[in-house]
Design a protein around this ligand. Structure first.
Ligand code: NAP
Length: 288
């Protein structure tokens, strides 16, 4: 068994991006500028946005944080999206989800200029990705594909099972893995899948994007499989300073010995998700 070290690869990619930014500066080009819109004070969202700003600083991007309180109206948020769409200094921006219940997330996503939609959630970007056109690809699937490529993990003709069909992880990842160039034969599994255990055990590459800690057990994994664990659930851990730790969807201790390659949690897919947003922001300067 070998570990797929997302932390290491993400740090290499960050160095590459920082190098690109230096070149841009030397040539008098435009330094990438990412804006993040944060509504309210949800702990998870605060942390994610703080990481995004910190990542920008590390690679030399400009960043801006736009904050609203929980009681912001949908109209006010739409007006801000429009302002960012029209601001020539902003190359890309994200609106951190989830949003308060009185605001339609879909309406906000669809108001973002697809050329600035570095989260890749706008239907135009999803559609372009599906038909293989250049697009912003949502960060987690982008990061996973990058990991497979950089570890030179064979995907051609492999049976790939993606457990989870969300719009931000499972669904787009399943499309990417089946594309020309990657060439996997993909099955998308979900909560209504029959015989899930056998379906998973048929996978050469198994991706778990469920959100259920330690759901994937050794009996669901073929010997020699590649296992990508997307799950990040906070579970109580009194021994840690924060009182919690992250658990993946894979029962690591019993699954890892059966695998050829496996991602750890934390330190696998998470850091790649963060760096993918930077890759999209760099792309936003040139445009797709
Ligand atoms: P989600 O929107 O809740 O989707 C979960 C998917 O899992 C759904 O498609 C659901 O099926 C399926 N599922 C749930 N229970 C199942 C079961 N018993 N058997 C088979 N399938 C089942 O979650 P998500 O946003 O995709 O995120 C998934 C996990 O990845 C979460 O832990 C999240 O925190 C984590 N995540 C991590 C990163 C990272 O950077 N590491 C990024 C994004 C998400 P149905 O569609 O039938 O309900």
């Amino acid at each position: 068994m070998q570990l797929i070290d997302g932390k290491k690869i993400a740090s290499e990619i960050k160095k590459e991006i920082a190098g690109e930014v230096l070149k841009i500066k030397e040539n008098g080009g435009k330094v990438p500028h990412l804006a993040a819109v944060l509504v309210g004070h949800d702990g998870g969202s605060e942390t994610y946005v703080a990481f995004k700003i910190k990542d920008c600083q590390e690679v030399g991007f400009k960043s801006s944080l736009v904050r609203f309180e929980d009681d912001v109206t949908e109209a006010e948020l739409l007006a801000k999206v429009e302002e960012l769409n029209n601001d020539p200094d902003i190359d890309g921006f994200i609106v951190q989800l989830p949003l308060p219940k009185h605001i339609s997330e879909q309406k906000i996503i669809e108001a973002i200029d697809p050329k600035k939609d570095v989260d890749g959630f706008h239907p135009v970007n999803v559609g372009r990705m599906v038909i293989g056109l250049p697009s912003f690809v949502s960060a987690t699937p982008y990061g996973i594909v990058e990991l497979l490529k950089r570890y030179q993990i064979e995907t051609n003709g492999k049976n790939c099972v993606v457990v989870g069909r969300s719009n931000i992880v499972g669904r787009p990842l399943s499309v990417l893995l089946s594309q020309k160039g990657i060439n996997a034969t993909v099955t998308v599994a979900h909560s209504r899948t029959a015989n899930l255990e056998q379906v998973c055990a048929s996978a050469d590459i198994l991706v778990a994007a469920i959100g259920s800690p330690e759901f994937i057990t050794a009996g669901m994994v073929k010997k020699g499989a590649v296992v990508i664990d997307v799950g990040t659930t906070r579970v109580p851990a009194p021994e840690t300073k924060s009182g919690w730790k992250l658990k993946g969807d894979v029962k690591f201790d019993e699954v890892a010995p059966k695998c050829s390659w496996i991602t750890p949690v934390p330190g696998g897919v998470g850091p790649m998700t963060r760096v993918a947003l930077l890759q999209n922001t760099l792309l936003a300067v040139k445009g797709w």
